[in-house]
Design a protein around this ligand. Structure first.
Ligand SMILES: [Zn+2]
Length: 268
């Protein structure tokens, strides 16, 4: 599950067991269907809007893969394996159909390659689309099912969202707030739902992801994620993927802080 990073709406992402492909569209809606090379958009609006959404998503997925250094063949999301995007006409329809909690604003299920959104099909907020797509691209890249740590899942999604939107991530960070990595890593959705700290959490998680990518590039980051997927602790995964850099979470925390202080000094 997840919260919309910098806005007010809240998003949800759920990992489920892999293998359930080509599920029929949910009933109860008069779906219209728009197909592009890698997407099938189910909507209730106009075709031009659906085409606009599909084009935006196609382009974003390519850029996200490039940003992550993901070399998955571009023909992977084809035919029955295309990403399915359901756009419900209203938030109430979305909540009713998904059974999502009332605070949820969108949903991504990577294992069945599906996004569920709501609103006017051509008017879905760019940040929402990017954020949810990022969850699917990232989880597929690493092979995560439902054991991806929240900070990593949301950090990558928020980082990709900001990067593709051309947003200045550093500008969005609450400069004075820097939680210990241990605290970031321990947070769960339930904590965020009640604490009001969601925006800060997202910004810090995205910054930590950006830091790890800068420190070891795509290869080390993927190695780190795959260790976590295999059930290793954060500390063990760090030592394995960044053997020359971090011997412990405390090492990473200190280096991350130092980097942040340096960038604040450089900045305006
Ligand atoms: Zn999210």
């Amino acid at each position: 599950m997840s919260f919309r990073s910098f806005g007010s709406a809240v998003l949800i992402v759920i990992g489920v067991v892999t293998g359930a492909r080509a599920v029929p569209p949910p009933q109860g809606m008069e779906w219209k269907v728009f197909k592009s090379r890698h997407l099938i958009v189910y909507h209730t609006g106009d075709e031009a809007g659906a085409e606009k959404l599909a084009r935006a998503a196609e382009s974003a997925v390519e850029k996200m893969r490039a940003a992550l250094g993901c070399v998955r063949a571009s023909g992977f999301w084809t035919w029955e394996n295309r990403l399915r995007v359901y756009v419900y006409p209203s938030r109430a329809d979305f909540l009713q159909a998904t059974g999502a909690p009332a605070w949820a604003g969108a949903r991504a299920r990577a294992a069945v390659r599906e996004l569920v959104l709501h609103g006017k099909v051509g008017g879905v907020e760019e940040a929402t689309l990017l954020h949810e797509l990022a969850h699917v691209v990232f989880r597929e890249w690493v092979g995560f099912e439902d054991n991806v740590p929240l900070w990593l899942d949301e950090g990558v999604a928020a980082w990709l969202e900001a990067r593709l939107a051309g947003a200045d991530l550093a500008g969005r960070l609450p400069c004075k707030v820097r939680w210990p990595v241990e605290k970031l890593a321990a947070l769960a959705n339930g904590d965020l739902a009640t604490s009001g700290d969601a925006a800060s959490f997202y910004a810090q998680a995205a910054d930590l992801v950006a830091f790890l990518l800068r420190e070891g590039g795509s290869a080390a980051f993927l190695k780190f994620c795959r260790q976590l997927r295999a059930g290793k602790t954060t500390a063990d995964a760090l030592r394995f993927a960044y053997p020359e850099k971090f011997r412990s979470i405390a090492d990473m925390d200190a280096a991350w802080r130092k980097r942040r202080e340096a960038s604040l000094e450089d900045g305006p």
